[in-house]
Design a protein around this ligand. Structure first.
Ligand SMILES: [Ca+2]
Ligand SMILES: [Ca+2]
Length: 272
């Protein structure tokens, strides 16, 4: 085998390695469309924005039986989730965080799409205020509860369904419809000084009140009622970096071909 052929093979091998690297990084990056649905019929519970993060499993916003911290209170009391998002960013700077915004009234569906690197952010964490309430919310206590992606980047959990029995009371605000967000005057709210605990029965005490959406509330929930669904749809997308790698690989191949043509035309051996 000639020296020049060796050189050309080396060039083609490097190009192939670059393209393989591009393919590998492409497989880790996906677009995940999160679709949330309020599974309740008219006049039942609604929800504030869904705060969410695709993450490495290191952010834990609350614990059952413990005093709620500012992050989960920011979701549970008024739904804004500002402190929850900030604490999430501090605990896991590489997470893909965001929200499916807008109040989710009974029967309603909303969605949003997030670009996720499944090689690092395999877990899913969420939290949303239950409306109307003083400080009720849904969310996962255990940050490792929902591993959405396996080591190969394949979706393991197509959807999460939340039942009424999984509604939390943050224990931070005393039950009082007159002070509840979305039905009362939230500036009137008073500290409860309790701990995070399951509690959906309290919602029935709002029956007959007019909600911010204009309907007369009727909880009608039992422990087995399905109230909320979070669905995941995944679409593969090449990241910009993989295009650059692929372009570099193609340019290397093109260079090798031009070099060979040039060598053939001049009749001399290539000395790469
Ligand atoms: Ca926890
Ligand atoms: Ca409470």
């Amino acid at each position: 085998m000639s020296h020049s052929l060796h050189a050309r093979l080396r060039t083609v091998a490097s190009a192939a390695a670059l393209m393989a690297a591009a393919t590998a990084s492409q497989a880790a990056l996906v677009d995940v469309t999160v679709t949330v649905q309020n599974l309740q019929p008219a006049n039942s519970v609604a929800f504030a924005a869904l705060h969410l993060g695709f993450n490495n499993g290191s952010f834990d916003a609350f614990n059952i039986g413990e005093v709620a911290t500012a992050p989960i209170i920011s979701v549970a009391e008024l739904g804004s989730g500002a402190a929850w998002q900030a604490a999430f960013a501090a605990a896991d700077p590489g997470a893909t965080r965001g929200a499916v915004t807008g109040r989710l009234d009974p029967g309603m569906t909303r969605s949003a799409t997030f670009r996720v690197d499944t090689s690092v952010n395999r877990y899913f964490t969420f939290a949303s205020m239950v409306v109307p309430s003083n400080d009720l919310f849904i969310g996962n206590d255990n940050p490792l509860q929902y591993q959405l992606f396996d080591m190969g980047g394949n979706l393991r959990i197509p959807s999460i369904t939340v039942g009424a029995r999984s509604v939390w009371d943050a224990g931070s605000e005393i039950f009082d419809p007159a002070a509840a967000a979305f039905v009362g005057t939230s500036s009137m709210r008073r500290d409860q000084n309790s701990v995070v605990a399951f509690n959906f029965a309290e919602l029935a005490a709002f029956n007959g009140l007019t909600t911010a959406a204009g309907y007369t509330f009727n909880s009608a929930l039992t422990a087995d009622s399905k109230i909320y669904s979070i669905g995941f749809n995944v679409a593969a997308v090449p990241e910009p970096g993989s295009y650059a790698l692929m372009a570099a690989g193609l340019m290397a191949v093109g260079f090798a071909i031009r070099r060979r043509r040039s060598d053939a035309a001049s009749g001399r051996a290539a000395t790469v």
